[in-house]
Design a protein around this ligand. Structure first.
Ligand code: UTP
Length: 290
């Protein structure tokens, strides 16, 4: 049996209502942070963890994702003939990766999107990356989670401490801390702050095992009328141990306008070409705000 996690699912079929009108006809996952679309950050993160097989769950108005990871002959030829070698290398950086695409016909929820990937995953553990949760590219959260999986051989879900007032935007766990990980006792999707078992929110990185598919196949719609992964994980808890792993680096909710702006500012400040000029601009700007 192969030891490490080799397959990753990138659910990208959601409707992106928090970002309308931008997402009316274009995929949220193609929105750029500086010069790279959200989904490319997630794919590069998976590559850095040794993932070898990639499946993107797409839906209506999501064609641009497939085009982005495909060859672009006319553009490549133009860059070649005009000597723009660096740009050519940049757009071909991921050309060695083979992507599989599975279409989720109706956006029935994250749990349902993951169920769509069952024929691809079959009997192996796998990673799930939600590309609208951007992880600081200098922090290797998924790699740390894979290590935990390799040690404990149980599903591992990423956690972040959030202000209590914000728990209703997330799945939240109740758990017992054991070193770096939490042994999960229960999970609840989008609780009211006063009913929430903790402020440990589930964020968009998971290592899952194929027994989740059985449960997802029978899952009834939950919060928001969607088939929720959190509900399926709650059922899975009756069968096996699930661990939560507290992220130690920065995460941005780029599916939310404010989170997207924060990610843009922070990653622009880290960008070698832009950081100096952008920082100077921000310093000038701040003076006009105070
Ligand atoms: P979100 O909860 O961010 O939902 O989904 P959303 O529809 O994309 O955006 P909002 O909340 O309406 O603004 C988390 C991830 O799950 C995927 C999304 O594409 C996103 O990557 N997803 C969600 C699916 O693939 N299918 C679904 O039915 C729902």
């Amino acid at each position: 049996m192969r030891r490490h996690i080799k397959k990753a699912i990138f659910p990208a079929a959601g409707l992106g209502t928090r970002f309308l009108p931008a997402t009316k006809a274009s995929p949220k996952e193609m929105m750029p942070i500086v010069d790279k679309p959200l989904i490319q950050y997630a794919v590069e993160e998976a590559i850095s963890c040794g993932i070898e097989e990639f499946v993107i769950i797409t839906g209506k108005h999501k064609r641009a994702i497939e085009d982005h990871f495909d060859s672009a002959y006319e553009l490549e030829e133009k860059l070649r003939t005009t000597g723009k070698k660096k740009l050519l290398e940049e757009i071909n950086k991921l050309s060695h990766i083979n992507f599989a695409y599975i279409r989720q016909r109706v956006a029935l929820g994250l749990g349902h999107a993951i169920l769509c990937a069952q024929p691809f995953v079959q009997e192996e553990p796998f990673a799930v990356l939600l590309s609208d949760d951007v992880i600081d590219p200098d922090y290797f959260l998924l790699q740390e989670m894979i290590k935990v999986y390799d040690e404990l051989k149980c599903p591992v879900i990423a956690l972040e401490e959030v202000p209590r007032a914000e728990v209703s935007r997330y799945g939240v766990i109740d758990g017992v801390q054991d070193g770096d990980v939490y042994r999960i006792k229960s999970l609840v999707e989008k609780p009211k702050p006063e009913d929430s078992p903790s402020n440990l929110a589930i964020i968009g990185r998971y290592i899952l095992t194929p027994d989740i598919f059985d449960i997802l196949g029978k899952q009834k719609p939950g919060a928001g009328g969607e088939i929720q992964l959190t509900d399926a994980l709650k059922d899975l808890l009756n069968r096996r141990v699930i661990y939560g792993y507290l992220a130690k680096g920065k995460r941005y909710d780029a599916g939310d306008k404010l989170g997207y702006l924060k990610a843009t500012v922070d990653l622009a400040l880290k960008n070698r070409e832009l950081s100096v000029d952008f920082k100077n601009y921000l310093l000038e700007k701040i003076k006009t705000l105070t």
